[in-house]
Design a protein around this ligand. Structure first.
Ligand code: FES
Length: 161
């Protein structure tokens, strides 16, 4: 599988919608990321030009906000919490298991673009520790069998969307 194809028509439409409104930079970048799953580096220049900004300014905003990414990610982005509450409840073991099951280190994406593995400082659901998210879905009170069943659910999904 390849990373999601870049739909330049949709990107063009997003850029046109916000043209000349430099205050719209963040929502514009967010919309591009929603369309592509990441911000294609080649879109920086047209975005900058449409908002009368320099490419360096656009690049700076992308780098500043952790939510933006210039690299394609997997269909499923798994975020394992490494915060204190999760740590004391065995979060480290969950991360280790996840790395082994997926064959990925933190920040890596599988070659088939199915999974990206990330860690975060806190997912804001400490009462469910240890926690992780797959895209926008929370999973809490994790144990090794629960992790295995969550992963098998997403492995099964492979290629169905
Ligand atoms: S420390 Fe893990 S959710 Fe807060």
């Amino acid at each position: 599988m390849e990373p999601k194809k870049i739909d330049w028509n949709k990107i063009g439409a997003v850029i046109d919608k916000h043209r000349d409104n430099k205050w719209a930079l963040i929502p514009l970048l967010q919309e591009i990321q929603d369309v592509c799953g990441f911000i294609p580096p080649d879109s920086i220049e047209p975005v900058a030009e449409s908002l009368h900004l320099s490419p360096a300014q656009v690049q700076g905003v992308i780098t500043f906000y952790a939510g933006f990414t210039l690299k394609p990610k997997g269909k499923y982005v798994i975020r394992v919490c490494r915060g204190t509450a999760c740590h004391v409840k065995g979060g480290r073991g969950i991360l280790r298991l996840m790395k082994r099951e997926l064959g990925l280190q933190e920040g890596e994406t599988s070659p088939d673009y199915q999974f990206t593995l990330e860690t975060v400082a806190c997912l804001g659901a400490c009462f469910l520790a240890p926690t992780m998210m797959v895209n926008r879905t929370y999973f809490g009170k994790l144990s090794p069998p629960k992790v295995a069943s969550v992963l098998s659910q997403y492995h099964k999904d492979k290629g169905t969307e």
